[in-house]
Design a binder for this molecule. Sequence first.
Ligand code: PHE
Length: 338
Amino acid sequence: MNEQIASIQTAALELIAAASDERSLDDARVSTLGKKGTLSLAGALIKDIPNEEKAAFGQSLNAARTTLTAALEEKQTQFQQQADQAALTGIDLTLPARSIHTGALHPLTQIRHEAITILRRMGFALADGPEIEDEFHCFDALNTPADHPARNEKDTFYFDSGKLLRTHTSSVQVRTMETAQPPIRIIAPGSAYRRDEIDSTHLSVFNQLEGLFVDTDVTLPDLKGTLEYFFHEMFGNSTEVRFRPHFFPFTEPSFEIDVKLQRKGEAPRWIEVAGCGMVDPAVFESINGTRKDNALDTEKLTGFAFGMGLDRLAMIRWAIKDIRLLIENDTRFLSQFA
Ligand code: PHE
């Protein structure tokens, strides 16, 4: 090897060996192999070398470059390994990994989405209204007299202002009919509040879904067909649905709807899931009274309404025995719906 190159190589190897970190190693690389590094400058001398020595000189140059590159790489790997090692100190790789919790929609949200999806397919649009209501929208407009038990302070949460927490989503019917032009076909999911004793089937806040259809020719068979279809979609085509005569101040005739629940190993039983009926003309009249355009002409229009308990539907769907599980946010319970 050319002597000059040999001594450059020796000096460079020393520099590389002496490098104590990646930065000084990089300096060593620049000062030898860099554009103005020792080896590159020596390479430039080849033009002054007699022709017969050029080949040997070139070979020396290449050999030195290969050696130095390898030395640099080796040192680089060594630093990397040291850094990896340092990063691991204090970490116990045998510890179990932290589990990743996957989120999921709450069962009530799932059932609400499902109910909305089925009803939207039938042409119902979403409507909304306030949870803090006045007596007119919650009771008076719905033909519910002042002495009706639902209006009692024992049953309803009143504010000092006289306003109240709505006891049902039927108030959204009223608010919709106050402004909309018939035909009206809406659903209103939302919370309702009652001063119930809390137990496995009652909460003071629960979830309803209200429906209202007003048009020129709405009949009881429309109501039955719509809700039967709904519960078949919800719980399966073979689910038995029964309409039991009942009383609501705002519908006439009125019914409660039960579905037959057949659980493995249990005797079948009927469970109440909704109230419904044909809108009482007195409701149309009281809203005509405020909007003054007789848009809800009782000579021309009829309607049906229904209100279902979403918590109840969720409990049926997943055989949940205690309604309180739906509000406790216990992940052991909720993760089963993921
Ligand atoms: N609002 C009634 C309730 O909360 C349910 C219902 C709605 C009944 C619409 C008839 C028509 O129990």
